[in-house]
Design a protein around this ligand. Structure first.
Ligand SMILES: [Zn+2]
Length: 459
C-alpha cells in the first residue's frame, strides 16, 4: 500500500471535516477557487481578527480601511498592472496543456520569476528546451513563451456591446490603500510614519492554479501599507520585519517551519524585499508573507495617473515629500494552509491511534465541546444549559451522537481544546468532566467554576 503523504492527509481532513470545499463541486469543480466550510470560516475569521488586532487595534499609528473591489481602470493603468502584471505562459503542442514557464524552470532548479521581461524568460526557456517536459503528457514540444495578463476583467457598467474599456476586479488590495492616502491623511490627522491596513478579496487570472489553497484565482489578502519619510526606511523596515515575525509565532507557527528569504531579483523600484517562507509538506519552502520597502513608486504612480498630489507636508523640512511605502502582505489562504499543516499531528491515546489538530487555543475554530454522556433527558438538558451560558463567550459545539470515545476523537480531529461531559454524577455533584485535547487528561470541574477555568486557559 502506498503511504499517504502528509499534504494528502491534510487536504482530505480539510474536506472531510468541513474546513475547505472545492468551489462548485456538484458541477465538477471550478479550478482555482475554494469555499470555506462551517469550521473553515471560523478558523479563517479567527486568523483575520487576530491580524486586525495586531495590525490595527494594538497600533496607534495604523488605521483600517475597506475599499471597493471595483475601482477605476485608471488605477490599474497607473499601477502598471494593465501593461505589466503578467505570467509567462507556454502551451504544450501535443496535449494543449498550459503551464507557467517560470514554474517549469523552477522545477529544474533554474531561477526564473514573473518579474523578468518576455525576452529574458524566453531566452532562458529556449536554452533549456531539451530538458523541459509537459507536466501532463511528457512531450518536449512547447510554444514560444507569451506573457499573459493576470487582471480579471468584468462587464460592470458596460451596457453597450461596443464599449471596450473594462473594469477589473482588483488584483491586489493595496492599490485601494494608495488611492485613499489623502482621504485618510486628511480625516485622521496621522503624522508620518503611519499605516493603513485592509483585509479583502483579490482576483488573479492564474494560468495554472495549483497546490490547494496556495495558489488560487480568488483569494483574500491582509495588507498593511506603512508610509514613512524616505530616510526612516532602514529602521522602520527592521521594526516591521521583527513585528510581523513575532506575530506569526504568536499564532502558534513553529519556529523551525518559517524562515526569511531575501529577493534576489528586485523590481526596479524596490529598495528591499524579504519574504517569510513556510515549509509546506510536499511543496517545500514557499512565500507566506512579503515585507517589502517599495520606495515612493506607488504614490508617485497614482499621483501621475490621477493628477492629484499624493504628498505629505514635512513640517521639519518645510517641504512636500512623497512618502516611501513599507508593505506587509499575507494571504488568508496561505496562512490557513500553513496553520493547518503546522497543527496536524498523529499520536496514540491508550493504545488507540488518533489524529489531533493542535491549533493554538485562540485560533481553534471550536473552543469548547459540550457532550451529554448519554442521550437521556436529564443529561441533555444539563448539557444544553451549559452550552447556553458558554456560547456567548466562546465558539461551542453541542454533540450527543455516538459513543463518548468517538465524540472525543471527532473533537480532537477539529482541534477543540476542551470537551465538557455532563454525566449522571453531574446531577449530584454539580460538576462536569473536562478533557484536555493535547494530553487527553480528564479533570472534574464545578459547573459554577467553568467560566473562570476556561478563561484562564483560553485567553
Ligand atoms: Zn502535453
Amino acid at each position: 500500500m502506498v503511504k499517504e503523504n502528509k499534504m494528502d492527509k491534510i487536504i482530505s481532513l480539510a474536506k472531510r471535516r468541513g474546513f475547505v470545499f472545492q468551489s462548485s463541486e456538484i458541477y465538477g469543480g471550478l479550478s482555482g477557487v475554494y469555499d470555506f466550510g462551517p469550521l473553515g470560516v471560523e478558523l479563517a475569521n479567527n486568523l483575520k481578527n487576530l491580524w486586525w488586532r495586531d495590525m490595527v487595534r494594538c497600533r496607534h499609528d495604523i488605521v483600517g480601511l475597506d475599499s471597493g473591489i471595483f475601482t477605476s481602470p485608471r488605477v490599474w493603468e497607473a499601477s502598471g498592472h494593465v501593461s505589466g502584471f503578467s505570467d509567462p505562459l507556454v502551451k504544450c503542442r501535443v496535449c494543449q496543456t498550459r503551464s507557467r514557464a517560470d514554474h517549469l524552470l523552477e522545477d529544474l532548479g533554474i531561477m526564473a520569476d514573473e518579474k523578468m521581461s518576455e525576452e529574458e524568460i524566453s531566452k532562458i526557456f529556449d536554452n533549456n528546451r531539451d530538458k523541459l517536459k509537459c507536466p501532463k503528457c511528457g512531450a518536449k514540444d512547447f510554444t514560444a513563451v507569451k506573457l499573459f495578463n493576470l487582471l480579471v476583467k468584468t462587464n460592470l457598467g458596460d451596457f453597450s456591446s461596443e464599449n471596450s474599456e473594462p473594469i477589473y476586479l482588483r488584483g491586489e488590495t493595496c492599490q485601494g490603500i494608495y488611492i485613499n492616502f489623502l482621504n485618510v491623511l486628511n480625516t485622521t490627522r496621522q503624522k508620518l510614519p503611519f499605516g493603513i491596513a485592509q483585509v479583502g478579496k483579490a482576483f488573479r487570472n492564474e494560468i495554472a492554479p495549483r497546490q490547494f489553497l496556495f495558489r488560487t484565482r480568488e483569494f483574500e489578502q491582509m495588507e498593511m501599507q506603512y508610509f514613512i519619510k524616505p530616510d526612516e526606511g532602514l529602521t522602520e523596515y527592521q521594526k516591521l520585519k521583527k513585528y510581523r515575525w513575532q506575530s506569526l509565532l504568536d499564532l502558534g507557527l513553529k519556529k523551525e517551519n518559517i524562515r526569511w528569504h531575501q529577493h534576489e531579483n528586485l523590481v526596479f523600484y524596490a529598495q528591499e524585499a524579504f519574504d517569510i517562507e513556510y515549509n509546506y509538506p510536499s511543496y517545500g519552502w514557499k512565500e507566506l508573507e512579503g515585507i517589502h520597502n517599495r520606495g515612493d513608486y506607488d504614490l508617485t504612480q497614482q499621483s501621475k495617473g490621477s493628477g492629484q498630489n499624493l504628498t505629505y507636508y514635512d513640517e521639519e523640512k518645510k517641504e512636500k515629500i512623497t512618502p516611501y511605502v513599507l508593505e506587509s502582505s499575507i494571504g488568508v489562504g496561505r496562512l490557513f494552509l500553513a496553520i493547518f499543516c503546522d497543527a496536524y499531528d498523529e499520536d496514540e491515546i491508550d493504545g488507540e491511534k488518533r489524529v489531533v489538530m493542535r491549533f493554538h487555543h485562540h485560533i481553534a475554530p471550536v473552543k469548547v465541546a459540550i457532550l451529554p454522556l448519554l442521550r437521556k433527558e436529564e443529561l441533555i438538558s444539563g448539557a444544553k444549559e451549559i452550552f447556553a451560558n458558554l456560547c456567548k463567550k466562546y465558539s461551542c459545539q453541542y454533540d450527543e451522537t455516538q459513543s463518548i470515545g468517538r465524540r472525543y476523537r471527532r473533537q480532537d480531529e477539529i482541534g477543540t481544546p476542551f470537551c465538557l461531559t455532563f454525566d449522571f454524577d453531574s446531577l449530584q455533584d454539580k460538576a462536569v468532566t473536562v478533557r484536555d485535547r493535547d494530553s487527553a487528561k480528564q479533570k472534574r470541574v464545578l459547573i459554577s467554576d467553568l467560566e473562570k477555568y476556561l478563561e484562564e486557559r483560553l485567553n
